[in-house]
Design a protein. Structure first.
Length: 232
């Protein structure tokens, strides 16, 4: 979900409810999971010298954890779930994504068909970009939607793979958040520059038309005055 900040060009524009909600949806879960993973509130009473949580269970402390909180562990390194990490990092998310694709297609294309004036991910993404824009021009809309879902599913599975790195490395996880926040801020800055520059150009053109109309009116007055003075 976090990669959608780049895909959908989310922008940090706080006066826009639509853009703010989109940012919250895509960045909120990432930041929440980061806080749970590296700064779990359950270990607030911990310190580097006291590695037991409030329940008295031994708990490791991240060496560079300036808050004193502990890391949230899904399982210990000697637990069977650790040895089968690919199931939880890859197979379960891939299966959940496949179920979501099926039910979303069922709901949006069969049960409750999306109206022509509504924009979903398929229509948004096929309206831009070289590859997906080609799908938007296909006459067979069902085939185009099927191919889109295949590409979308493969992309989502591919974007899930780095989750292993982000889970085990604090700096990689933090770097991802910074990358996406900076991208959102950059898109917001470009939004403001684009909007204000367009408003400025509209104002300049309006001023030019006003000046041209005034000069034309002055020239008309001069011509009328000259013709009146020239009459005997």
């Amino acid at each position: 979900m976090a990669w959608a900040v780049i895909i959908f060009r989310n922008a940090m524009v706080f006066h826009s409810l639509d853009k703010t909600i989109s940012n919250f949806i895509h960045l909120g879960p990432l930041i929440t999971v980061f806080a749970l993973r590296w700064h779990s509130p359950i270990a607030e009473n911990m310190s580097v010298n006291n590695t037991a949580d409030i329940a008295g269970v031994p708990r490791d402390v991240f060496a560079n954890n300036w808050t004193g909180f502990g890391r949230f562990k899904v399982c210990e390194t000697d637990h069977p779930c650790f040895q089968e990490w690919y199931i939880w990092f890859f197979l379960v998310p891939a299966g959940a994504q496949l179920v979501w694709v099926f039910f979303y297609a069922l709901a949006s294309r069969i049960c409750c068909k999306i109206q022509e004036h509504h924009v979903d991910a398929f229509r948004f993404l096929t309206s831009r970009g070289a590859v997906l824009q080609t799908l938007g021009r296909w006459e067979n809309r069902r085939l185009a939607y099927f191919v889109y879902n295949v590409i979308n599913y493969a992309s989502n599975v591919g974007m899930t793979l780095p989750a292993v790195l982000f889970y085990w490395n604090f700096y990689a996880n933090l770097g991802l958040i910074l990358l996406l926040v900076i991208t959102s801020v950059w898109n917001g800055a470009n939004f403001y520059i684009d909007v204000f520059s367009k408003k400025y150009l509209v104002g300049v053109k309006k001023r030019e038309r006003e000046i041209a109309a005034r000069r034309k009116a002055d020239a008309t007055k001069k011509n009328v005055a000259a013709s009146v003075s020239a009459d005997p």
